[in-house]
Write a protein of this length. Structure first.
Length: 532
């Protein structure tokens, strides 16, 4: 692909802007532990745009378009179910998180259950971030820059991880959130431009419908569908989403930075509103590309979005679209770096050295971010040799990780009697069952076995398996709690009080937030019914 001087200028200005943001917040910031939470002063629109930007990475964007080209709008279920998971975060989880003044999700688990639960979740999250989120983002970003500007894979990934790591280290969460606001706008505007051009090319929505099979426009698929059964795209995605949107440090960290509960809930509502857009901005380009170049996408549907850029974008606008893709990547990557350093600093370093000053914690946070950047760089040669099959398997990992974590958080808030022993039993046993299914998935798809009981388990759609594992984890949680004599302390029970004495709220703001959640929810249900 050839990009002109104007496109290069846009890219240079984009990267210069990131450095400026990092330096500005480094000079402005204070050496206190609030470095990890942006001084708890984030406003609602900053939270909403930042969560949205953190969620949409380049491999996410390209993958949505690729799945859209392969199967149609059904993949959009992930985006619209996410809104209801965000409502769960806003109205059930965030009030408890903010009142407990925690920095991390594992810290909340320790307060509600025990230190064993905190250590388990911290370790699992850090490992998962480094070897899945960071690895996959660098994998996609390296390929993206290689295709666009011709740099080799190692150089491309190295530049991305270095730039992202630098401004994250300098400015902390304040820099990440400020940059996310700008990058969200770039991503939305760039994607809207390409959809507008593409729809004109195919003759509008009517022309698109005439060019593709009818089921491409259906969000509801049969229960026996291999990838998108309706059971999985509703309840399965919701369970997965409870973990991702309501209990994962990667996302929740942005809400924890809110100046108060009203801003947190408004920001989360804003994200839920924005989650309507990906079906039209990121999935729809896949359908457009499929109608224009079906032969070229038959074997490689993930090329849908790059083809839209290289063949439809006019000279000058290409740089904006490239910046949008890089914005998606950098926003997600910086959020992972910040979340990882917060977990290591607050859940591990502070536990080992409890007498550390706030300046020491900030310094440790910056050093741990640097360490994660270095690990990411060292991991680049391994990512380069990852097969497409393994890369695809990574998308299902969340379905095997999420059920036990979601079960423990839900029961911890909903049931005062839920015990610490039940929590660690559920986390460990659920984790083992999830890992077992993941190994079976690899063996099944590599042709190691084709019959028998193990084959039956492996052939279950991973979203449906997510439901089964969640039910098992809830059962373990209840069984262990009821069969043990352990009772939660008053301190643990206090975390699930609805509102502590003396807390005041803005009544008007609260009513507006409730109405917004209802309107957004009904809008999504209406859209879903339209495309059923």
């Amino acid at each position: 692909m050839v990009i002109d001087t104007f496109d290069w200028l846009i890219l240079i200005l984009y990267f210069a802007g990131l450095f400026t943001i990092g330096i500005y917040f480094a000079r402005k910031g204070k050496n206190t532990a609030q470095y990890f939470l942006a001084d708890r002063k984030s406003k609602w629109y900053q939270i909403g745009l930042s969560i949205f930007a953190a969620n949409i990475s380049s491999e996410h964007l390209i993958g949505l378009a690729g799945s859209g080209a392969a199967v149609g709008l059904a993949v959009g279920a992930y985006e619209w179910v996410a809104a209801f998971c965000l409502f769960t975060l806003a109205w059930i989880f965030v009030p408890h998180y903010l009142r407990s003044k925690v920095f991390t999700m594992p810290e909340f688990l320790e307060r509600r259950y025990s230190s064993a639960s905190r250590w388990y979740l911290s370790s699992l999250s850090i490992i998962a971030y480094i070897f899945t989120k960071i690895s996959v983002s660098l994998f996609a970003g390296g390929i993206l820059l290689h295709v666009i500007v011709g740099w080799d894979f190692l150089t491309s990934a190295l530049i991305l991880v270095a730039i992202t790591g630098l401004y994250t280290i300098l400015g902390g969460l304040s820099a990440v959130i400020f940059a996310d606001v700008i990058q969200s706008l770039i991503l939305i505007i760039g994607s809207a431009i390409i959809v507008f051009i593409g729809m004109n090319e195919v003759g509008g929505f009517e022309g698109l419908r005439n060019a593709l099979p009818a089921d491409y426009f259906s969000m509801i698929r049969p229960a026996g569908h291999g990838a998108y059964p309706w059971t999985g795209t509703t309840l399965g995605i919701f369970i997965l989403g409870i973990w991702y949107w309501s209990t994962d440090q990667f996302i929740v960290l942005k809400a924890l930075s809110a100046r108060n509960l009203d801003h947190a809930q408004s920001g989360i509502n804003f994200t839920a509103l924005l989650k309507i857009l990906p079906v039209f901005l990121f999935v729809l380009p896949g359908l457009i590309a499929q109608s224009l170049w079906p032969e070229e996408l038959a074997s490689s549907p993930d090329n849908a979005f790059p083809l839209m850029i290289t063949r439809l974008m006019p000279t000058g606008l290409t740089g904006i679209m490239i910046a949008a893709l890089l914005a998606a990547l950098v926003s997600s990557l910086s959020s992972v770096f910040n979340a990882s350093s917060t977990l290591i600093t607050m859940d591990i370093y502070k536990k080992i050295r409890p007498d550390s000053t706030e300046k020491q914690l900030v310094l440790a946070g910056r050093l741990f971010t640097l360490l994660i950047v270095i690990v990411g760089i060292i991991w680049i040669p391994v990512i380069r040799h990852m097969s497409n099959q393994i890369y695809q398997y990574l998308q299902a990992v969340q379905s095997y990780i999420s059920p036990p974590i979601a079960a423990v958080f839900i029961m911890g808030i909903a049931w005062k009697r839920a015990s610490s022993r039940a929590a660690i039993y559920t986390l460990v046993s659920g984790g083992i069952l999830g890992a077992f299914r993941f190994i079976l998935d690899i063996l099944y798809k590599s042709g190691e076995f084709r019959s028998g009981f193990l084959n039956d388990i492996a052939s279950i759609a991973f979203l449906n398996f997510c439901i089964i594992l969640f039910v098992i984890c809830i059962f373990i949680m209840i069984l262990v709690t009821l069969t043990s004599r352990e009772k939660p302390s008053d301190r643990q029970k206090s975390l699930i009080l609805r509102r502590p004495a003396g807390e005041t709220r803005n009544g008007t703001w609260r009513i507006i937030n409730i109405l917004m959640s209802i309107v957004i929810g009904l809008t999504i249900i209406g859209l879903w019914a339209h495309f059923s």
